[in-house]
Design a protein around this ligand. Structure first.
Ligand SMILES: NC(=O)C1=CN([C@@H]2O[C@H](COP(=O)(O)OP(=O)(O)OC[C@H]3O[C@@H](n4cnc5c(N)ncnc54)[C@H](O)[C@@H]3O)[C@@H](O)[C@H]2O)[C@@H](O)CC1
Ligand SMILES: [K+]
Length: 464
């Protein structure tokens, strides 16, 4: 599992190590990791041109020590000191001693890489004018030190100007900005340098293949269809029968013993999935996908069964209070905006804050769909999904996801984990199917069993 810790948690963990190790040792460890990552990024060090943008704090210190290491190995390193007098003194001395050059902004030359050591976890959002001017002058890939300067580290928000990196080399642990959009998009690839920190439980995490594999329900040797769980679908409508079909395909991906369908699209559902049966006892309901005007009644009927409910799309419009059963709400940004009565843009610029707020307000797990889907539990953890491809942005993919997550709930996963595992599996299936090309929602649903099989048999080897 990848864990992202807040600035406060990182500082507390660093303080413990700082008290134990000689002065500067932790920064040397960070800078050493940064220099290696820069060498890998450049491909060759001798003769490479490197431009350091050095701010006033320790982030600039990391850049200077790494620059010193590259200069010793024959790179031509220039540094612009944006922090003036407050530049990290020991780092600057080491840098000069290694042959690194200090240049004025006007002297900036063509370079092979820009190293963003402007600010790290001590920075506030935004970039000062001088930093922006230098960034505008150069046209080269950017490697960010710890975080892309200017983003909000703890929330992943980008309210002001910030660096856009090709690679971010971070230290000790990930921070929320490395996982959560929009800041995550400014990080490029993320490389973690271990500092040996002893860290507390993280509130922002991303499941990886081994955890998803461990969480996936699988039949015991003596299983029968009822012990594996039965999921019921109250989805689709006369207007949107296709949503019922896609939900049914997602639910029928083999992770649950039986799928029931109750609604107006029975004929269409049976045409694609003849194994689906009608009304009866279930362990979880899926409600609302393509539900149109039928969603309100479907929701009331599902609640009456007192089992967990996944509420999607039109079902969310009828939710004016916390659901009376354990629930997973699966809005996209527009639907979440309507639920919270805020503009859609607010949700898109601050997805973490709004997913958490909705989870707290509705007392339910909230899965906010997006490039980096978030699944928030009330007052608790947020799971960030890192699988998937932009081709997954296609009509009906959400219906498939709803069916799949509902099946996982029926198989016994608590709502937040059903959302986290379901979104991981759907993203992985999309990547396997079409990392570089188009896909449709029905193809996605049909790819899920194969992805699950490969995950169970060979978790190290997928394209996830
Ligand atoms: N604590 C430690 O021992 C370690 C710290 N490390 C590095 O140190 C960083 C944190 O260092 P600091 O606490 O010194 O903080 P930063 O280096 O993040 O910078 C803080 C300084 O930048 C200024 N500043 C804040 N926002 C700004 C903005 N938007 N534009 C321009 N200047 C701004 C502040 O006045 C402050 O002086 C980490 O991100 C990491 O890179 C690593 O070397 C690992 C060890
Ligand atoms: K930085």
């Amino acid at each position: 599992m990848r864990e992202a810790h807040t600035v406060e948690q990182v500082r507390a963990a660093e303080d413990v190590v700082l008290a134990r190790v000689p002065d500067g040792a932790l920064m040397q460890r960070a800078a050493g990791g940064l220099a290696s990552a820069l060498a890998d990024f450049l491909g060759r060090v001798y003769g490479a041109r490197v431009l350091l943008l050095v701010g006033a704090g320790n982030n600039g210190g990391d850049a200077l020590y790494a620059g010193a290491s590259l200069a010793r190995r024959g790179a031509q390193v220039d540094a612009v000191l944006l922090g003036g007098e407050r530049t990290h003194a020991a780092g600057l001395a080491a840098y000069r001693a290694a042959g690194g050059q200090v240049v004025e902004p006007a002297q900036v030359r063509d370079t092979d890489v820009v190293v963003d050591g402007i600010v790290g976890i001590g920075g506030t959002p935004g970039l000062r004018a001088e930093a922006m001017a230098v960034l505008d002058m150069v046209d080269a890939p950017v490697v960010a030190v710890d975080v892309p300067s200017g983003v909000d580290v703890d929330t992943g928000e980008t309210p002001e100007a910030h660096v856009v990196a090709d690679l971010t080399v971070t230290f000790g642990t990930l921070k929320p900005c490395h996982l959560i959009d929009p800041a995550a998009q400014a990080c490029g690839a993320v490389h973690l340098v271990d500092l040996g920190l002893d860290l507390p439980r993280a509130d922002v995490v991303a499941l990886q293949a081994p955890e998803v594999r461990a969480l996936l329900p699988r039949p015991t040797p003596d299983a029968h269809k009822y012990t594996r769980g039965v999921v019921g679908l109250r989805v689709g409508s006369a207007t949107y029968p296709g949503a019922a079909v896609l939900s049914a395909l997602g639910a029928s991906s083999g992770l649950v013993g039986m799928v029931r369908y109750v609604g107006s699209a029975t004929d269409q559902v049976l045409a694609v999935a003849p194994e689906i049966v009608g009304a009866g006892r279930v362990q979880a309901w899926v409600v609302g996908s393509g539900g149109g005007d039928e969603a309100a009644e479907a929701l009331a009927d599902a609640f009456a069964d007192e089992v967990p409910v996944l509420i999607d799309a039109d079902g969310l419009r009828h939710l004016d209070a916390p659901p009376p059963v354990p629930a997973l709400l699966t809005p996209h940004a527009g639907e979440l905006a309507a639920m919270l009565d805020v503009p859609r843009d607010d949700v898109e610029t601050a997805p973490l804050r709004h997913a958490r707020e909705a989870a707290d307000r509705f007392g339910a797990a909230v899965l906010l769909k997006g490039r980096r889907t978030l699944v928030a539990e009330p007052g608790g953890r947020v799971y960030v999904n890192t699988t998937g491809t932009p081709w997954l942005a296609t009509a009906g993919a959400g219906d498939v996801l709803g069916g799949l997550c509902g099946a996982l709930m029926a198989a016994g996963l608590e709502p937040v984990l059903a959302g986290a595992v379901g979104s991981w599996v759907a993203g992985a299936a999309a990547s396997e199917l079409a990392a570089d090309g188009p896909l449709t929602a029905s193809q996605l649903a049909r790819a899920i069993p194969g992805t699950v099989r490969r995950l169970l048999t060979d978790p190290e080897d997928g394209p996830w």
